[in-house]
Ligand binder design. Structure first.
Ligand code: ZN
Length: 247
């Protein structure tokens, strides 16, 4: 079974549609690692689209905050501004949908999905030291996580943690990573709606674990169209500008 792995869409419908078009016909089931909303201009449209895919979805910290499960005060002023705007926009049934999203880790088909870390959906797994605990106690040999918006991940083999980077080269839209037996992986597909690794192209993954393969994709999309909608919506300028830099 081939799984489309999406994360951190952040109300960016243009990026989501571009990813879906690129991945068309290459997957059978979709999963989403949370943060459907927050930052971007299309919260309802993104939720509608994810629901139409029948994607198995867990909640992210922004989904939780928008649905009112935590106080907006916990976010920085810029993120909070976008969050309050998103709350106003959401149709009641979409707000309800966000409220009912399960928290990770959730096991799928021989792998697991989570938003932040294995223990805490709000924790950022940036470094090998932070990844080690999760790798030692991972619910399955392969887990996919999001939240950092950094495509890549960590592996654990014979007590050694390795940092993994995936960059498609030579004009390819994706690179193929081989999953080895006897190794534990925490893999991040990257962010659809707001990449933060200095590369503004959207990121996602397609996993085919029966064949030990995971494709890590990077695709350009029409960033300006999203920025124009953000300007019209009156969303904070730093959020608009950062899309151009992938920062
Ligand atoms: Zn996020």
């Amino acid at each position: 079974m081939r799984y489309l792995i999406l994360s951190d869409i952040h109300s960016n419908l243009t990026a989501l549609e571009t990813a879906l078009k690129a991945a068309e016909g290459r997957w059978q089931n979709a999963v989403c690692l949370g943060d459907l909303v927050g930052y971007g201009p299309d919260p309802n449209e993104v939720i509608d689209r994810i629901r139409s895919l029948g994607a198995l979805t867990i909640r992210g910290n922004h989904d939780k905050a928008v649905s009112g499960a935590v106080e907006a005060d916990e976010f920085n002023p810029i993120a909070r501004n976008a969050l309050l705007w998103t709350r106003e926009q959401l149709r009641p049934e979409n707000r309800e949908y966000l409220e009912t999203l399960p928290r990770g880790p959730v096991s799928v088909d021989g792998f697991s999905i989570l938003h932040g870390s294995v223990y805490d959906e709000d924790e950022y797994v940036f470094s090998p030291a932070l990844a080690l605990d999760g790798l030692l106690n991972a619910p399955s040999p392969v887990s996919f996580f999001g939240h950092t918006h950094l495509q890549g991940g960590f592996s654990l083999r014979n007590g050694d943690v390795t940092v993994l980077y995936f960059k498609p080269t030579g004009g390819n839209p994706f690179s193929i990573f081989r999953v080895e037996p006897g190794t534990t992986y925490l893999l991040n597909p990257g962010s659809i709606g707001q990449p933060r690794d200095g590369d503004p192209r959207l990121g996602f993954a397609i996993a085919d674990l029966e064949n030990q393969s995971v494709e890590f994709w990077r695709i350009p999309y029409d960033i300006e169209a999203v920025q124009n909608r953000m300007t019209k919506a009156g969303l904070p300028e730093p959020l608009i500008l950062r899309l151009s830099f992938g920062s």
